[in-house]
Design a protein around this ligand. Structure first.
Ligand code: NDP
Ligand code: 2IT
Length: 445
C-alpha cells in the first residue's frame, strides 16, 4: 500500500477498533488508490481520503417491541450516513442477527463508491438491526418495523437519506416501514424509501434489478472475451432476492444454474434450478432450501460442505460477506470457474480475491456487479419525484445500459491507471474520483 494511504489506514484501524469487516472494505479500496495519489496529490493534501473514511453521521438506537408471547424484546437499530457529496444518503437496511456497527459501516463505505459508479445522484449510507426475522410471525415483523421507523423517521427524507432493502428486508418490510413513516409524518413522501410495492409508489424492475443487473454485467464480461452464456454452468449462492433474479436472467440468456443455497445448506440440480418451484418455496412459503430438493427429483440437498464445491464455469455469490475463502476459491478455480461476479457485498475474502487474480479468473467486485439494485432505486426516486411510473421494458433497458456503462468505465479506468483487466481497481478508482471531485468542490464540510 502507498505510504500516504497506509497512514490513513492505520488511523482507521485505531479509530474503529474491532470492526473487522469495515477494516477489510477500507483496505481493499485504499490498496488500489496508489496510482491516483501519485497523479493527484490534491486528494491527500485536502484530506479527502481521510474524510471519506469517517461517516458524516452514525445513529444507533433502541428498538423495543412486544413479541407474540407478550414479552418485551429489545434490538439495536443503526443508520450510518456515510457520504452525501453526490446526493442524499442512499443504501439498504439489513435485518440479520449478525448486524453490528462494523457490518453497517463496511456496507455504507462500499455503497459510497458503488453509488458513485452508477453515475446517478446518490450518496452512500446503510442501516439495519440485529433483529432476526426467521421464525417471526407477520405481526411480530410488522411491530418490529413500526418500532424501528418510530426512531428512524426523524433522520431520513427524500432529500436527506433514502433507505431500501438488503438481507432480511424486502417489499413486506419496506411496506411496514413506509406505512409507519407516513403515519408519523402525515406525508405521502414516496421518495423516502425505495423497493416499494408497485401499487404504492414502487418501480417496476426494482425487485429483479440486483440479480438481473449482476447477470447483465457478466454478459458484458463474456462479450469482452468473445463468449456468451450459451450452455455455461453457473452456481449462484443464496436463494433470496438477488439470487432468485440472477438465476432467472441466467436462464433467459442461455446458461444453466446448477446449484444454489441458503444458510442451512445447498441444493445441486444438474437439470437446472426450477425457478417456479424455488420462488414458491422461498418467496411464497418462506421455507428452507431443503424443501426445494424434496419436491424436485433431479435435485439433491446437502448440509455438508459448501455450494462453492459444485463445479461451474461462472460463480455468482449472492448470499453474504466473506462466504468464499481462500480454500473455496482454490476449489472453484480447480473445477474450471473462469468468471466470478459478486451479487452480494464483499462475498470473497481478500485471500480468495488473490487466488482469482493469480489464476487469471475475471473477477467483478460487488460495488460494480451488484450496482443495478441501487441504480434502479435511483430510477424509482426519479419516478417518485416526477409522479410518474415507467413500463417494465424501458426500465429494464435503462438498467442494462447502466450496467454496461459501469462495466466499460471499470475497464477504461483500470487501463488508464496501469491495471488493465482489473475490474476491482477500475471500480475503486472510478468511484473514488467521482465522489472525491465532488467533495473537493463542496469545500471542507
Ligand atoms: P435476502 O435476505 O433476500 O437473501 C439472502 C440469502 O443469503 C438467503 O438465501 C440467506 O439464507 C443467505 N444468507 C444470508 N446470510 C447468510 C449467512 N450468514 N450465511 C449463509 N447464507 C446467508 O437478501 P438479498 O438477496 O437482498 O441480499 C443478498 C446479498 O446481496 C447481500 O450481500 C446484500 O448485501 C447484497 N445486495 C442486495 C441488494 C438488494 O437490492 N437486495 C443490492 C446489492 C447487494 P437464509 O435465508 O437461510 O438466511
Ligand atoms: O447493497 C445495496 O446496494 C443494496 N442493498 C440496495 C440499496 C438501495 O438503496 O437500493
Amino acid at each position: 500500500m502507498h505510504e500516504k494511504l497506509r497512514d490513513v489506514y492505520d488511523e482507521v484501524l485505531q479509530r474503529n477498533p474491532g470492526e473487522s469487516e469495515f477494516h477489510q472494505a477500507v483496505h481493499e479500496v485504499l490498496d488500489s488508490l496508489g496510482p491516483v495519489v501519485d497523479k493527484h496529490p490534491e486528494y491527500t493534501d485536502s484530506a479527502v481520503i481521510r474524510r471519506l473514511c469517517e461517516p458524516e453521521r452514525q445513529i444507533i438506537f433502541r428498538v423495543p417491541w412486544v413479541d407474540d408471547a407478550g414479552e418485551v424484546q429489545i434490538n439495536r437499530g443503526f443508520r450510518v450516513e456515510f457520504n452525501s457529496a453526490l446526493g442524499p444518503f442512499k443504501g439498504g437496511l439489513r435485518f440479520h442477527p449478525s448486524v453490528y456497527l462494523g457490518i453497517v459501516k463496511f456496507l455504507g463505505y462500499e455503497q459510497i463508491f458503488k453509488n458513485a459508479l452508477t453515475g446517478l445522484p446518490i450518496g452512500g449510507g446503510k442501516g439495519g438491526s440485529d433483529f432476526d426475522p426467521k421464525g417471526r410471525s407477520e405481526g411480530e415483523v410488522m411491530r418490529f418495523c413500526q418500532s424501528f421507523m418510530t426512531e428512524l423517521y426523524r433522520h431520513i427524507g427524500e432529500y436527506t437519506d433514502v433507505p431500501a432493502g438488503d438481507i432480511g428486508v424486502g417489499e413486506r418490510e419496506v411496506g411496514y416501514l413506509f406505512g409507519q413513516y407516513k403515519r408519523i409524518t402525515n406525508r405521502y413522501e414516496s421518495g423516502v424509501l425505495t423497493g416499494k410495492g408497485i401499487s404504492w409508489g414502487g418501480s417496476l424492475v426494482r425487485t429483479e434489478a440486483t440479480g438481473y443487473g449482476t447477470v447483465f454485467f457478466v454478459e458484458k464480461m463474456l462479450e469482452h472475451r468473445d463468449d456468451s452464456f450459451d450452455g455455461k454452468r453457473v452456481v449462484v449462492s443464496g436463494s433470496g432476492n438477488v439470487a432468485i433474479y440472477a438465476i432467472e436472467k441466467v436462464h433467459e440468456l442461455g446458461g444453466v444454474v446448477v446449484a444454489c443455497s441458503d444458510s442451512s445448506g445447498f441444493v445441486t440440480d444438474q437439470e437446472g434450478i426450477d425457478l417456479d418451484l424455488l420462488k414458491e418455496v422461498k418467496e411464497v412459503q418462506r421455507g428452507r432450501i431443503e424443501e426445494y430438493a424434496e419436491q424436485r427429483g433431479s435435485a439433491e440437498f446437502s448440509d455438508n460442505g459448501s455450494v462453492w464445491e459444485v463445479a461451474c464455469d461462472i460463480a455468482i455469490p449472492a448470499a453474504t460477506q466473506n462466504e468464499i475463502d481462500e480454500d473455496l476459491a482454490v476449489r472453484l478455480v480447480k473445477n474450471g470457474c473462469t468468471i466470478v461476479a459478486e451479487g452480494a457485498n464483499m462475498p470473497a475474502t481478500p485471500e480468495a480475491v488473490q487466488v482469482f487474480a493469480d489464476a487469471e479468473v475475471a473477477y467483478a467486485p460487488g460495488k460494480a456487479a451488484n450496482a443495478g439494485g441501487v441504480a434502479t432505486s435511483a430510477l424509482e426516486m426519479q419516478q417518485n419525484a416526477s409522479r410518474d411510473s415507467w413500463d417494465f421494458g424501458s426500465t429494464e433497458e435503462r438498467l442494462s445500459r447502466i450496467m454496461s456503462g459501469i462495466h466499460d468505465r471499470c475497464l477504461e479506468t483500470a487501463d488508464a491507471y496501469g491495471a488493465p483487466g482489473s475490474y476491482s481497481t477500475g471500480a475503486n478508482i472510478a468511484g473514488f474520483i467521482k465522489v472525491s471531485d465532488a467533495m473537493l468542490a463542496l469545500g471542507v464540510i
